[in-house]
Design a protein around this ligand. Structure first.
Ligand SMILES: [Zn+2]
Ligand SMILES: [Zn+2]
Length: 317
């Protein structure tokens, strides 16, 4: 299939997948009462999904991988070249997923690398779009390591759009606010059942459920946490146990220097900039209908304990 046609096909599949997941979230929600335009929705959509990924795609492919590809000869190690495309996709899917599992696990145990991962955990309301929230440096590392071997080892050009499509589909699925029971398949394929726990603010899962596409890594390496019930539905049960900036640029600045976002409001220029986004949003929300009122979900009787500020400090400082 010509590359252009393939891009059209993968884009259509992705668009259908988005519609399916959004509908699924409305029909069978994991946490009831989450608004479609939930907290941080516009930051995730506009900054992380559209602007950041657009610029990082150029940086990663044109300025990082292309120079390495053209300055060295790779023909001697292009062992995947003659494999069928499906086998190439499967090979890169599995090897990269194992890398992501190990790197993700490392990020949860290293203070410096946690700083470029905490953004991903900062959302209090997790849905299909939450997977897009990743620190710039985290994306540069992970996607360079993902796509450089595909190009340098001589894979078919079709592998890149197919792999990128599968990444997006899995990313939306494992973060989707949907109730799903995969049965025995849950030991192989990752799902919201495991990954939503990874986004919950509980000490039991700070070092668990690191898998992205294949849950098999968590089961194989003994890091699966699957208590059979959902986390609580309160704010403190989700995201980070400490205050995190709401602004895209401050979220990145916070990874370098800790500060209180509210303290910056004493500067007039900052206040003006900071209030611009909520002003636009409230103008927009005045135009649309009122969202569905929040309802409480059934709370499981036995709760695990969220991280106390002291425990957070021990982990993070
Ligand atoms: Zn994580
Ligand atoms: Zn996640």
């Amino acid at each position: 299939m010509p590359q252009e046609k393939l891009l059209t096909v993968t884009t259509i599949i992705l668009a259908l997948w988005v519609i399916l997941i959004i509908t699924w979230e409305r029909v069978s929600p994991y946490r009831k009462g989450l608004s479609f335009f939930r907290e941080g929705f516009w930051i995730d959509l506009v900054w992380y999904t559209l602007i950041q990924s657009y610029f990082l795609k150029i940086l990663i492919f044109d300025y990082l991988i292309a120079p390495v590809q053209h300055h060295f000869s790779w023909s001697a190690i292009q062992f995947v070249k003659d494999w069928p495309v499906a086998v190439q996709v499967l090979f890169f899917l599995v090897t990269h997923d194992l890398y992501i599992y190990l790197f993700h696990r490392f990020q949860h145990s290293n203070k410096v690398f946690w700083r470029i991962h905490e953004a991903h955990h900062s959302g209090k309301e997790v849905d299909f779009l939450s997977g897009s929230r990743s620190h710039i440096v985290e994306i540069i590392i992970n996607q360079t390591i993902e796509f450089a071997p595909i190009i340098l080892l001589g894979a078919d050009p079709a592998v890149i759009p197919i792999k990128a499509m599968l990444d997006a589909m899995f990313g939306m699925f494992i973060h989707a606010n949907v109730k799903v029971k995969l049965g025995k398949l849950k030991y192989i394929i990752n799902s919201p059942e495991l990954h939503l726990w990874h986004h919950a603010n509980y000490q039991e899962v700070f070092h668990a459920n690191f898998s992205t596409k294949f849950a098999i890594w968590d089961h194989l390496f003994g890091t699966a946490y699957d208590p059979g019930h959902a986390p609580g539905n309160q704010r403190e049960n989700w995201g980070l146990g400490y205050e995190y900036p709401k602004d895209y640029f401050l979220q990145h600045a916070f990874s370098v220097k800790r500060f209180n976002e509210n303290n910056l409001l004493k500067y007039r220029w900052f206040k003006r900039y900071y209030n611009l986004r909520p002003a636009i949003l409230s103008a927009l929300s005045a135009l649309r209908k009122k969202s569905v009122p929040k309802t409480e979900t059934h709370q499981p009787e036995i709760f695990n304990t969220p991280l106390t500020p002291h425990q957070q400090e021990e982990i993070l400082q």
